[in-house]
Design a protein around this ligand. Structure first.
Ligand code: C5P
Length: 305
């Protein structure tokens, strides 16, 4: 059986508005996602028996975090394959091999990206032929960020993050990402958000008009000013040293600096390639920074290669 490979990007949130916790434990979000040029790859090979297996490896020496990715049924790529199989009645199994570049527990949706890639790869490998809208429904059941990673580009995210709608945007943006030595649990950061906001009134979230205007105009400077993240206080409370990382990037002249999603990856907007190199160089001196990566966005979502 010939292998099927899928390339899938990481996501960042250009804004992340978080509302009061819902009865189901999730938080309503108003976000603008952007898919960025930092890709995992998932390769699927059909098995004759019904086992679903996964292996994970990384070429990124600076980060040894791959060891913390589960390789059992808790792995999101395995859960994606299992969900697709349950919905389509396929009897075959699959061997999944994940090549990880996206940081683990970094606030860039690495696990969700692998789930999106697994859906696309298994749909092709098993010949189940589900169309994108049907895959998006399964994606939403796997995690809040998974539908966007099928979609890619720029998109507004609503609901708990799983409803995505296109946004009018132009321009390609230069990003620098500062990866931390150790990941942060998304669940823990949202729990800290609730703890901090106990007794306060949390407003329903909205996407700032200034951010949408900056994207429509393709104006990097205005976009830098409009970046925002309601999880900042919670993530900094759990990881105070991230404040230093953000300050170093701002001092190096970044157009904007925020945490990516629930952190701990910090992201910095640059005006061009040289500027991005200067910021990356400054960040290599940050104590809390395990790895610095230059990237571009937007890029397409999960695609067969
Ligand atoms: O959807 P996903 O499984 O990626 O979310 C991981 C965890 O993050 C959830 O279990 C929940 O605790 C928290 N979360 C949340 N509100 C959201 C998205 C995630 O509270 N909108």
């Amino acid at each position: 059986m010939s292998p099927v490979s899928v390339r899938v990007p990481a996501k960042i949130n250009l804004c992340l508005g978080v509302g009061p916790v819902r009865d189901d434990g999730y938080h309503p979000l108003a976000t603008v996602y952007q898919a960025v040029d930092l890709h995992d790859e998932v390769r699927a090979v059909v098995r004759e028996d019904d086992a679903i297996t996964v292996t994970v490896h990384s070429d990124v020496d600076a980060r040894s975090e791959v060891a913390v990715v589960p390789v059992d049924d808790d792995n999101l790529a395995v859960r994606a394959a299992r969900l697709l199989r349950d919905r389509t009645g396929v009897s075959a199994g699959v061997d999944l091999a994940i090549r990880k570049v996206i940081p683990v527990a970094g606030g860039m949706a690495g696990g969700s990206a692998d789930a999106a890639a697994s859906l696309v790869a298994c749909n092709e490998a098993w010949g189940t032929g589900l169309a994108r809208p049907a895959l998006e429904v399964l994606a939403g059941q796997l995690g809040s960020d998974v539908p966007f990673l099928l979609h890619g580009g720029n998109a507004v995210g609503g609901g708990r993050g799983e409803t995505v709608s296109p946004v009018l945007a132009r321009g390609s943006y230069h990003w620098v990402f500062a990866m931390a030595h150790e990941g942060l649990s998304t669940k823990a950061v949202f729990a800290e958000f609730d703890r901090i906001n106990e007794g306060r009134t949390v407003a329903e979230p909205a996407v700032p008009d200034a951010l949408l205007a900056a994207l429509r105009a393709g104006d990097a400077e205005a976009l830098g000013d409009a970046l925002s993240n309601d999880l900042t206080e919670a993530a900094l409370s759990l990881r105070p040293e991230l404040e230093d990382t953000l300050s170093i990037g701002i001092e190096a002249g970044a157009l904007g600096a925020i945490l990516s999603g629930s952190g701990p990856t910090a992201l910095f907007l640059a005006s061009d390639e040289q500027h991005s190199l200067d910021i990356a160089f400054a960040l290599t001196s940050a104590a809390g920074c395990a790895d610095v990566v230059q990237s571009r966005g937007p890029v397409p979502g999960a695609r067969l290669i």
